[in-house]
Write a protein that binds this ligand. Structure first.
Ligand SMILES: NC(=O)c1ccc[n+]([C@@H]2O[C@H](COP(=O)([O-])OP(=O)(O)OC[C@H]3O[C@@H](n4cnc5c(N)ncnc54)[C@H](O)[C@@H]3O)[C@@H](O)[C@H]2O)c1
Length: 245
């Protein structure tokens, strides 16, 4: 195995944006550790894409992934903190369990991920972390999905905070914040919310269409890699113009 080949870890890599990101990284010649909580992750089983079971909300799961990455490669150049869930309850509909699950999977995971990879990146004197946040970390959206909005607000905030903490160690930390992306889970959620939300999404998105997962993967690839070596602490909206309105 070449010592010089860059290694990336992508969470939530079985489906959607994570899957598209692994595909893009493989095209770019990276070696990828693709992790997820679902068994479908096993289809990434090649010389360059290694599937591992990983619950991003659990510290012990991160510890086990990092042991594995360290023993296989001895380095980690890129982390994409992508895994996440979405739900619909508004402030009054949400309950304790829903709030805590959302914050654990979408926000605590980002802190755990950054904390877990920093020692290995530090030993390599460089690294790049891309956190997948959302326009809903900033925009109030449709007044639904209160816990989701809170979780993504946390992702965007910790991105800026950690970027400052590790900038002088040549470890860059940025966020990509998608608008609406054509993945099965999101389409099902919107279907549950009803036709009105579906129509409102297109009405409020200036480009009048949803993104393809590959369009989010392009932005992740840009921020993760060598074309962005002086960029840290930014949140790049990939949203068909939503945040400009
Ligand atoms: N699809 C959109 O419109 C959209 C918009 C904005 C932000 N995002 C964000 O993009 C990211 C990827 O979502 P997606 O749209 O591709 O959805 P997706 O459901 O297709 O993929 C998410 C993946 O995360 C995995 N996952 C869930 N909980 C996990 C856990 N505890 N540990 C490890 N893996 C876990 C799932 O198994 C799944 O494979 C999420 O952070 C999501 O919030 C998506």
């Amino acid at each position: 195995m070449s010592k010089n080949l860059e290694v990336a870890l992508v969470t939530g890599a079985a489906r959607g944006i994570g899957k598209a990101t692994v595909e893009r990284f493989l095209q770019e010649g990276l070696r990828v550790v693709a992790t997820d909580i679902v068994p479908e992750i096993e289809f990434w089983n090649s010389r360059d894409a290694i599937p591992l079971f990983h619950d991003v909300s659990k510290a012990e799961s991160w510890a086990s992934i990092l042991r594995d990455v360290k023993s296989r490669f001895g380095r980690l150049d890129i982390l994409v903190n992508n895994a996440g869930i979405g739900t619909l309850p508004d402030v009054e509909e949400e309950d304790d369990a829903g709030w805590m699950e959302m914050l654990d999977i979408n926000a605590k995971s980002i802190w755990l991920g950054i904390k877990s990879v920093i020692p290995l990146m530090r030993s390599n004197k460089s690294g790049s972390i891309v956190n997948v946040s959302s326009i809903f970390g900033v925009s109030g959206g449709f007044g639904k999905s209160a816990a989701y909005h809170a979780s993504k607000g946390a992702v965007s905030a910790v991105t800026r905070n950690a970027a400052i903490r590790y900038a002088s160690e040549n470890i860059r930390i940025n966020a990509v914040s998608p608008g609406f992306v054509k993945v099965a889970r999101e389409e099902e959620t919107i279907e549950r919310a009803g036709d009105k939300m579906s129509q409102d999404i297109l009405f409020r998105t200036p480009m009048k269409r949803w993104a393809e997962p590959s369009e989010i993967a392009s932005a992740i690839n840009f921020l993760a890699g060598k074309d962005a070596t002086y960029i840290t602490g930014v949140e790049l909206f990939v949203d068909g113009g939503w945040m400009a309105t």
